[in-house]
Design a protein around this ligand. Structure first.
Ligand code: ADP
Ligand code: MG
Length: 365
């Protein structure tokens, strides 16, 4: 599907990092202040001040977050670029709130008739925006959706739980998950249906083990194919990722992201920390292959994706050390550069024109 000839017209972009501060209890319990795009945390070891592409204060609405992160992402994907949005942060910092909606993304926030729908998160909004935009293109399109999670380094299809752990194959930009359900969807309502259906399987698992939902990563992938009336064809992908809780990483301190080991931590999240560290230091070898999460996100981090990382923090004093470590992670991530190209499949006529031009040039030499 992604084979064929792609147009090379690269743009170098940094991973865009957006910090979202969730609401706390009361003013005096907070240790975190936001002014413009700077966030400041007063901790035991003094104050830390960091600046990011965007810092969203605690009164930021879901709609505002969607305008800042969702709309530009949909624009890129409809333009033919691959896009990724990831949300990182400790358990309880509002990752699922940001991506799906309130109260752990419970089904009511995906029900158009329910009051909670007003507070729905980024994924349902991005879905609606995508179909709205595709509805206006001069051409035909298809969208295929997958919903899966990674738990203890295994891929589980949330649309077909009978399939067991799925195998990840391929490398670089060609990573695939064998047997993963890919469902054609046609509307915002289909997207809500997919989220409800897959969400049910997540919820069931989280009752089986206490910290299940904070140790699993949930990923929605949309694959968009557009065939425009002018003959151009574009294939682009969008990954929307609700990562596992990062709190275990904080135990080893800010530098520890690169040195985590052991059975009782989320191995894939610590590999993600290592990978981000290596990418921003321009290491020659990046340990993408050390976890399933980093394998499936290989292209989103330092590859051909327009990527936004949302880092959620709690403003509470009691969470200062976790918030600090999240900001440290965010600070590394903002240095990562992705070389993005439009994924246009050239038509035979266009290829012929280019070939003719090249031959002419050779003759002139
Ligand atoms: P996480 O997925 O990071 O563990 P959740 O999204 O489950 O955290 O958030 C924990 C609780 O806090 C949920 O009930 C959620 O609705 C609430 N919450 C999180 N962020 C916000 C926010 N920005 N505004 C209002 N409530 C929030
Ligand atoms: Mg969650």
């Amino acid at each position: 599907f992604f084979g064929g000839v792609f147009m090379k017209c690269g743009v170098e972009r940094n991973v865009r990092v957006v910090i979202r501060v969730r609401p706390g209890k009361s003013e005096e319990d907070n240790c975190c202040t936001v002014s413009r795009n700077t966030v400041q945390i007063a901790g035991e070891r003094g104050e830390k001040r960091l600046t990011f592409d965007k810092v969203l204060p605690l009164d930021t609405t879901q709609e505002q977050l969607f305008q800042i992160v969702g709309v530009p992402t949909v624009n890129h994907v409809v333009d033919g670029y691959h896009g990724t949005v990831l949300v990182y942060g400790q358990t309880g910092s509002g990752k699922t709130h940001t991506m799906l909606g309130p109260n752990g993304g419970k089904p009511s926030c995906l029900d158009e008739g329910h009051a909670d729908f007003a507070d729905r998160g980024l994924i349902p909004r991005v879905g609606a925006e995508m179909f709205e935009r595709l509805g206006r293109i001069a051409g035909v399109w298809t969208v295929n959706a997958s919903f899966y999670e990674i738990y203890q380094d295994k891929v589980r299809d949330l649309m077909d739980t009978s399939s067991g752990a799925l195998q990840v194959v391929g490398d670089k930009s060609n990573v695939r998950i064998i047997g993963l359900t890919s469902m054609p969807i046609k509307s915002a309502a289909d997207m809500l249906g997919l989220l409800r259906y897959g969400g049910k399987h997540r919820a069931k698992r989280s009752t089986e083990s206490n910290d299940y939902s904070s140790r699993s990563h949930a990923i929605i992938q949309l694959v968009v194919h557009q065939k425009l009336r002018d003959g151009r064809e574009m294939n682009s992908k969008l990954n929307l990722v609700d990562l596992a809780g990062s709190e275990r990483l904080s135990k080893t301190g800010a530098q520890g992201v690169a040195a985590q080991e052991g059975a009782n931590i989320n191995q894939s999240l610590s590999v993600l920390g290592q990978v981000i560290h290596q990418l921003c230091r321009s290491h020659e070898h990046v340990s993408f292959r050390n976890s399933v999460l980093t394998r499936v996100l290989q292209d989103s981090l330092g590859g051909n994706h327009v990527t936004t990382l949302i880092c959620n923090i709690s403003p509470l004093k009691e969470n200062a050390s976790e918030s600090n470590s999240t900001l440290q992670f965010a600070n590394y991530a903002k240095q990562i550069k992705c070389h993005t190209t439009k994924n246009v499949v050239l038509s035979p006529t266009e290829l012929q024109t280019r070939l003719d031009a090249a031959l002419e040039e050779i003759e002139r030499l």
